[in-house]
Design a protein around this ligand. Structure first.
Ligand code: HEM
Ligand SMILES: [Fe+2]
Length: 756
């Protein structure tokens, strides 16, 4: 297939996919569960208002939101899913109330027939939709109103420092007196009630709840829908068909590409320009943030066994779980992004041979701005969770409570401006290369377009405001998180690795162009509409399950075949003696492909069919996938790119291949240990609990703090230690480069090349 036709196909895929994605947004908006103007009991007493529910959402965000347990399955794993927890508490309170009234005993003491009768009554009571669109009012029975008040009292007590719930708070890793303001505690409980109402109440004229019967709650007949099963099977079939088609295509177009590599390093003669040299501090920042992130990860994991303490020292008042988990996840994004931004700034003049005026100044200013945003947003998040702000200030400067977009709107805006500045800096340095005819122009163009997309799509984070419906926040939030990691990042990864290999003379430009363009199409076909796999149960219509399941299965297709790419890359390290000096950066690219297959492909598909995610959304199976994919693919890529740039910035004498070998194996081995010894088995234990008893149970202290699961959490420690050593050896490696570089500061020349 020729390039022109492929470009046309890419444009078509993008146009169709984004049109459908936009239409889905419109449907999600229209069919979102209504936020009532008021909830009343039969005598007309107002139990809560719309304002309470919306303020409750903001108050919940202020204490860390999704970092503290989850709503509709999105968020942290130690505390419960509040919607499922609320639903289960309400259901059991009602059953006990009726059992006492009708039979004079607790529900558990009844015979199965009597239990079944009460369950049937409960199902009718909970699932019947009593929202009146005319008056925008939900009317609930007196019994249900009583249950609501009981559950509310529980949450109000939970977020205070009451002694009776001290143990539960510790198990949930929620600090004492997490929300000192009683009014905020009350509205948070109202918000939880409304999110639970949407999960158990049938859509008007339907037998399925607003969240397609999620979470699994046998007491009220919340079980998988038929659409869920049908589209799950369809997704498996599509995957098999997709893999088959791709294998066929490969067999058809496969050309043996026997490229003789150059006899010496083509980049060896290039002297880093001043702006390229200025990127050095970015990479050192990357390593610093990475170390910090690893430390915070260990602390966050420890909170799963000791919710308030670190080996006996009370620390949760000062730096609670909500803060450590926020920083841990945000830093992952920050350091990986910093590595890529720096690579862009380093590579642009290298490829174009052009150093624009004031480029070094721009690079330095951007670095200062990035450090300011990273530290400022982290400080804001801490102040927010510690409840220092009013709800307005919190939204602007504190904690937005949305996982991966936690930073306050002010910081979010600055970050966006920083990304635009970066695009400008890279663009002006790269411009001559983009204009002049060259063989590798298509790869370069795709790389630059993916960079533009990464920057612009961060803008989706501005589409929600303070009072936006949670279904719509989820819609836009995944525009960033998903479209980044499963769309533009994959394209960026493929094109940047190809471009570097082309510039090293290891891959022919023509075959790289074709492979990258084709790869981009394949990633976009699955990646764009695949976003819907995050919205199956977020108050969305059934069409979301259908499109999400089928199209996201296609995302796995290219990942099933990256083994070939890994093998090719590994072979490059043996092609000419001088390539040995690039051995470890290239091996990190091999790791990218490996974890793309395992972390993104296998573990991603494990949780992807609707019937899987129905039971295991927000369990440790997601943590398994999150770690193996995010660090495995993009963390490894960040380190590989960092090493590639260090290779040109530092002196060969200070370069230690031995330390890099240790780094490589410790990081990969540590990640595998963490995943296989701890996260995956924990996820499987929880999955069984969820299928057997209900989702609430899989997230309850009975399971999370069972001896088995606590042991499995402890089994993280060996992997964490191995992994941390890998981070340290990387830091030592970099320190040697800096110190070794200083000692020989007289010589300006870049790395001498190993003799042939
Ligand atoms: C390298 C590519 C990928 C990266 C970096 C990545 C990363 C992530 C992250 C960080 C999360 C959120 C975890 C959390 O909430 O704690 C997530 C969730 C998810 N990912 Fe991926 N992912 C990738 C590819 C895939 C693929 C290919 C699939 C399947 C087709 C997939 C399916 C999912 C699903 C269904 C969820 C939602 C899980 C839940 O809500 O519990 N991911 N991913
Ligand atoms: Fe996704």
């Amino acid at each position: 297939m020729n390039m022109r036709r492929l470009w046309f196909v890419l444009a078509l895929v993008m146009a169709v996919s984004f049109t459908v994605l936009g239409l889905m947004g419109r449907e999600i908006y229209r069919q979102a569960p209504p936020i009532p103007a008021r909830v009343v009991d039969p005598s007309g007493v107002v139990l809560m208002t719309r304002e309470d529910i919306q303020t409750g959402q903001l108050a919940w965000q202020s204490m860390g939101g999704q970092q503290n347990g989850s709503i509709w399955g999105h968020g942290g794993y130690v505390a419960p899913d509040w919607s499922a927890d609320q639903l289960h508490r309400e259901a059991t309170i009602l059953l006990d109330l009726w059992a006492q009234r009708d039979h004079g005993v607790a529900y558990a003491a009844l015979n199965p027939e009597a239990q079944a009768a009460l369950k049937a009554r409960l199902t009718r009571e909970m699932r019947t939709n009593t929202y009146d669109p005319r008056t925008e009012t939900i009317t609930i029975s007196a019994d249900r109103a009583a249950a609501l008040k009981q559950v509310k009292a529980h949450y109000v007590s939970l977020y205070s420092d009451s002694a009776e719930l001290e143990k539960l708070r510790e198990q949930y890793a929620i600090k004492n007196n997490a929300v000192p303001d009683p009014a905020r505690r009350e509205v948070i409980a109202d918000y939880y009630w409304w999110t639970a109402w949407a999960t158990g109440t049938n859509r008007p004229g339907d037998t399925v709840s607003y969240t397609s019967n999620w979470p699994h709650e046998p007491l009220i007949g919340n079980t998988p829908t038929s659409a869920n099963l049908v589209w799950s099977v369809a997704s498996v079939l599509i995957l098999i068909f997709g893999v088959g088609s791709l294998v066929f295509w490969h067999a058809r177009v496969k050309e043996e590409d026997h490229l003789r590599p150059p006899t010496k390093d083509p980049l060896s003669g290039f002297k880093p320009t001043p702006s390229m040299k200025a990127t050095g501090k970015y990479f050192l920042t990357v390593i610093g943030l990475f170390l910090l992130q690893v430390g915070l990860g260990a602390l966050t994991a420890h909170y799963a066994v000791e919710g308030h303490e670190f080996y006996g020292v009370q620390i949760s008042d000062l730096i609670p779980y909500a803060v450590t988990r926020t920083w841990h996840t945000q830093l992952a994004v920050f350091w990986i992004a910093t590595a890529w931004l720096a690579t862009g700034l380093y590579v642009a003049p290298l490829i174009s041979g052009h150093e624009p005026r004031f480029q070094r100044l721009g690079v330095n200013v951007l670095w200062g701005a990035l450090v300011f945003v990273v530290l400022g947003s982290m400080a804001g998040e801490w102040l927010g969770v510690q409840q220092f702000f009013d709800l307005d200030m919190n939204w602007w400067f504190g904690h937005q409570g949305w996982e991966y977009v936690d930073l306050g709107r002010f910081w979010q805006t600055l970050l966006f401006v920083g990304l635009m500045l970066w695009l400008l800096l890279v663009g002006r340095a790269l411009w001559p290369a983009l204009r002049r005819p060259s063989e590798s122009k298509p790869v370069l163009a795709i790389l630059f377009m993916s960079a533009i997309a990464i920057g612009l799509f961060y803008g989706a984070g501005f589409m929600w405001g303070k009072h936006t419906h949670v279904s719509m926040v989820e819609y836009w939030r995944w525009w960033i998180v998903h479209l980044w990691v499963e769309g533009f990042f994959e394209v960026f990864a493929t094109s940047v690795i190809s471009l570097l290999l082309v510039n090293l003379g290891l891959v022919r430009a023509k075959s790289a162009n074709l492979a990258v363009l084709f790869g981009t199409i394949v990633f976009m076909v699955g990646g764009v509409l695949g976003t819907a796999h995050h919205w199956y149960f977020s108050g969305t219509p059934v069409s979301v399950i259908a499109i999400g399941a089928v199209i996201s299965a296609l995302e796995v297709v290219p990942l099933a075949l990256v083994g070939a790419e890994a093998y090719e890359n590994w072979r490059h390290t043996k092609e000419a003696p001088w390539v040995a000096t690039y051995r470890w950066p290239i091996l990190f690219f091999v790791a990218v492909a490996f974890w793309n297959l395992l972390g993104a492909g296998v573990f991603g598909f494990m949780i992807n069919p609707p019937i899987s995610l129905y039971f295991i959304q927000g369990l440790n199976t997601t943590a398994t996938h999150g770690h193996a994919a995010l660090f495995g693919v993009y963390g490894m890529l960040g380190i590989g790119l960092l090493l590639f740039c260090f290779r040109g910035l530092a002196r060969r004498e200070a370069w230690s291949d031995k330390l890099l070998a240790w780094t490589f194996w410790l990081l990969n081995g540590g990640l595998a240990m963490m995943v296989f010894m701890s996260l995956l088995p924990t996820g499987v234990v929880q999955a069984l609990a969820s299928i057997e008893h209900g989702y609430w149970y899989a997230r309850s202290p009975e399971v999370i703090h069972s001896p088995l699961v606590e042991t499995l959490v402890w089994m993280r420690v060996p992997g964490d230690i191995v992994f941390s050593f890998g981070a340290f050896t990387l830091a030592i490696f970099a320190a040697r480069l800096v110190l070794g570089g200083k000692r020989r500061a007289t010589a300006e020349a870049p790395l001498p090349v190993a003799a042939e």
